[in-house]
Design a protein around this ligand. Structure first.
Ligand code: ZN
Length: 278
């Protein structure tokens, strides 16, 4: 009896997530609470936040304990973490820890090669052809374009459609989602570039700037770890939509466990309308 009870508890245990914020050219104070709400509303996670200290001495001594968490979610775009934290983070993901990269977190750390491998694609921070190819869809096929040039751009914020790629129709994170849905007003990142190794593009969105589908949802294997990366999520208003909530919940669960049990809600958006989170 006791074993059964313990077994049930183990199976139902919530997955601990650590959100990192504290520096970002975006309103992280406004978006971290939304990300926390998205994860907690699923009932699948417990969420803690580690905010990098503003004081330089305290920042130098900031030591998050990644090993306590099944997944680390970055809402951080700022100065390099202390070297021991970078090494600990590489080790954490390499040995099976989950990582979730949200929007401008893919702007961070342009000169940290292992980070660029984890996120697959990034932008800004003087990213160029030295960081890897542009990756986008041409004639229905994912291409790696080695053309020299800067990485990272976007047009004005708009509502836009997210379209599943063939890999997205099979992947645990996005399987069962509609082929296309409308996403809340957001920046549509384009011209991202990076090593793009061991990366599946699960969904794209058509950019009016580049006139081509650009990667929007990615799944990357890094060592034994799994990385879920979405280029969406510029602001709180971009996040407070059922599509974004669902994708972040399922992406985080997959990064933590390799599987997804969180269902696709009945109210998941269609191509016709954004569905705000209540
Ligand atoms: Zn942005």
């Amino acid at each position: 009896m006791l074993l059964t009870v313990c077994g049930l508890i183990a199976q139902d245990a919530k997955l601990p997530v650590l959100i990192i914020d504290g520096q970002n050219n975006h309103n992280w104070k406004g978006t971290t609470p939304v990300l926390k709400d998205a994860l907690e509303k699923s009932g699948r996670f417990t969420v803690e936040v580690s905010t990098t200290p503003a004081n330089a001495d305290e920042f130098a001594n900031w030591r998050p304990d990644f090993s306590k968490y099944k997944v680390v979610l970055s809402n951080y775009n700022g100065q390099n973490w202390p070297i021991v934290v970078k090494i600990a983070f590489e080790e954490y993901v390499k040995t099976g820890g989950g990582f979730v990269c949200i929007h401008a977190a893919n702007n961070s750390f342009p000169d940290w090669p292992e980070y660029n491998k984890m996120i697959g694609l990034g932008g800004w921070g003087n990213r160029t052809e030295k960081h890897g190819p542009y990756v986008y869809v041409k004639d229905g096929v994912l291409v790696r374009d080695e053309t020299p040039g800067p990485g990272g751009s976007h047009g004005p914020q708009v509502e836009f459609t997210v379209d599943l790629m063939p890999d997205g129709k099979e992947h645990p994170v996005t399987k069962g989602l509609p082929d296309s849905w409308l996403h809340a007003k957001d920046e549509l990142y384009d011209r991202l570039r990076g090593p793009a190794e061991n990366m599946k593009v699960l969904a794209t969105s058509f950019s009016n700037s580049t006139k081509r589908p650009e990667p929007m949802i990615m799944a990357i294997d890094y060592g034994k770890g799994r990385v879920f990366h979405t280029a969406m999520g510029h602001a709180d208003h971009s996040m407070k939509c059922v599509g974004f909530y669902t994708v972040v919940q399922r992406g985080s669960e997959w990064a933590a466990t390799g599987g997804v049990t969180i269902p696709v809600p009945k109210e998941f958006p269609t191509k016709d309308a954004v569905v705000p989170v209540k």
